[in-house]
Design a protein around this ligand. Structure first.
Ligand code: ARG
Length: 567
């Protein structure tokens, strides 16, 4: 039983000119509880009814008021201006939310039988994993968890940047200035160093570029020496990436990177030619997108080598065949908008009806409050250092606030890493993130630690009460004071918030929601004593606390954050 549906059903007896789904779109939950638990604004009806919205609200509202005594579920209907405001029967409402025995936060079946492919993180081999990569990694991971929760089968793909002319440069640089030992000891750091040196030297010595191209051609032709070096660079890089994924507790279902498509691109290029989409310009193969007001999509360079877009087009076709996805989602910074718009168009021009199932999910940049990020001048901030620093800082805070805490190391890890993830997911993803330690680790603000602390608080109440779940003898009608009811209404929003965050591909809906929930809970906690003598009130409130605890845990897990039992 869902109150939203009850109200829609009720309304459908009176509002004959709108479909139920149209009404559902209009029905609101007022921010101010005094305006009702649900509100139906009549503005959109004005055109069809040829009447002023206020009058419509009045007419319909009056009719409903006359009949409402028949409903057990709605206690009152008020007309305010163009709004019809509904007040639910609190007891029934509370029971409808809490009496469900956990079905609220259990997996739904929305996505049953459907597959979502998510392409995220996808760092470039031999390049540092810096704070900019953090966003794709955790937004992608969260979108994975959200869809998984809704019952979709998810395939997380790490489309590693492991092919391209840069590897020719790296081979030349290694041969000239590289040292096996230094690379083995310092990993990507050292690879970056010689790569930067290559660019500096090539400014005065352009022949280096020719050499690099030649090495890349060797790679494309399967030259053993070239491929062995490339594989080694890749192994060294992956070792570092995997350390970070482990810290973040992130896994992928596939590591098929760009090189995976080497033997699959020819067929696609032939198909493009066969479909008459290719033009040759200066020896390069391109697809004109003039009619779409975009620069052409480059398929091969004049030396025959393929490009980023060639591999993306090939990968999409491969994934469609392999997974038959409902959606294929690509999470990257917004500076790749054009790239995705171009090759999505190529897929459409190829006549693939599924082109609209390809979705680019762009996000904004990260900057440090203390200064800009730069990958050029060696001032880059490595993600691994940032995560470690966060854990260290959290340790210090714990030492100050709660030195006797059990499992301090574990908690510091969960909170330190969680704080960074939460900070990243708290705003609309397209917004830029400014990183400031004071904000990230503020235990009182709208932060990960605040939500985790609230979780630990709920857990501690339940521990003290030796609570064990038993929904049978709960008298839900005891949970209808203002603060309890506000909290329960927030609980009731959860599943819808998850659905909307999947629809809009916005993890921030969940992070915002869980802060609301934590705030409502803390208001309740400070004003409504839980461990009281009256056993019925105590049991009802404990059941409420347990619900909140489970939802916080689920919501955090959807963001990729763990919940500590003590803090
Ligand atoms: N490797 C790319 C980069 O670091 C991101 C790849 C995104 N995925 C894709 N299929 N293009 O910018």
């Amino acid at each position: 039983m869902d109150f939203k549906n009850i109200i829609i059903e009720l309304l459908s007896n009176y509002v004959l000119k709108l479909s139920e789904s149209e009404m559902e779109e209009i029905l609101e939950i007022p921010a101010n509880a005094e305006m009702g638990d649900y509100a139906f604004p009549c503005f959109k009806l004005a055109k069809t009814y040829r009447k002023a919205p206020n009058m419509i609200a009045n007419d319909i509202g009056n009719d409903i008021q006359k009949d409402i005594t028949e409903s057990d579920y709605i206690s009152e209907v008020k007309i305010v201006g163009a709004y019809i405001n509904f007040y639910v029967n609190k007891e029934k409402y509370v029971e409808s939310i809490l009496g469900k025995k956990g079905s609220l936060y259990n997996t739904t079946t929305d996505g049953k039988g459907k597959t979502i492919v998510l392409d995220y993180s996808s760092p470039n081999i031999a390049k540092p994993f810096h704070i900019g990569h953090l966003r794709t990694t955790i937004i992608g991971n969260s979108l994975y968890n959200i869809h998984n929760h809704l019952g979709y089968k998810c395939v997380g793909v790490n489309h590693l940047g492991d092919w391209g002319t840069q590897f020719g440069k790296l081979i030349v640089a290694y041969k000239l200035w590289g040292s096996k030992d230094r690379i083995e000891n310092n990993g990507i750091n050292e690879l970056t160093k010689i790569y930067v040196k290559f660019h500096e030297e090539a400014e005065n010595n352009p022949e280096l570029e020719d050499e690099a191209r030649a090495w890349f051609t060797k790679m494309e032709n399967g030259n053993e020496e070239a491929l062995e070096l490339w594989q080694w660079f890749k192994d060294i890089s992956l070792e570092e990436f995997n350390r970070i994924y482990k810290m973040l507790d992130i896994r992928f279902d596939s590591y098929a990177g760009e090189s995976f498509y080497n033997d699959k691109m020819d067929a696609v290029i032939k198909d493009l030619e066969h479909k008459d989409l290719i033009e040759v310009s200066d020896g390069a193969k391109i697809i004109s997108l003039e009619n779409e007001n975009m620069p052409p999509c480059l398929i091969t360079k004049k030396d025959g080598s393929t490009l980023y877009a060639t591999r993306d087009i090939t990968a999409a076709i491969y994934r469609k065949n392999e997974y038959d996805f409902e959606k294929c989602i690509y999470v990257t910074a917004f500076d790749q908008n054009l790239h995705f718009a171009q090759w999505f168009k190529v897929i459409e021009k190829m006549g693939f009806g599924w082109h609209d199932k390809l979705i680019h999910v762009p996000y904004g940049l990260v900057s440090m409050e203390s200064g800009k990020l730069s990958s050029r001048k060696g001032k880059v901030i490595y993600l691994e250092d940032l995560l470690k620093e966060s854990v260290e800082k959290t340790k210090k805070i714990i030492e100050e606030k709660n030195p006797n805490l059990k499992d301090k190391e574990d908690v510091a890890n969960i909170v330190g890493i969680g704080a960074i993830i939460f900070n990243d997911l708290y705003n609309n993803r397209i917004k830029d993130v400014v990183f400031s330690w004071d904000k990230v680790l503020n235990f009182e603000g709208e932060t990960g630690p605040y939500v985790q602390y609230t979780y630990a608080r709920a857990a501690s109440v339940l521990r003290k009460a030796e609570y064990s779940v038993n929904n049978d003898n709960i008298n839900y009608s005891l949970l209808t004071n203002e603060l309890e009811f506000a909290l329960i209404k927030t609980i009731g929003r959860f599943q819808n918030v998850v659905r909307q965050s999947a629809e809009k591909l916005e993890p921030s809906f969940i992070s915002r929601y869980v802060v609301d929930l934590a705030q409502d809970f803390n208001r309740f906690y400070h004003n409504c004593p839980i461990l009281v003598d009256d056993i019925d009130i105590k049991n009802a409130r404990l059941a409420l606390v347990n619900n909140v605890k489970e939802i916080i845990k689920t919501a955090l897990s959807l963001l990729g954050i763990k919940a500590p039992e003590q803090m």
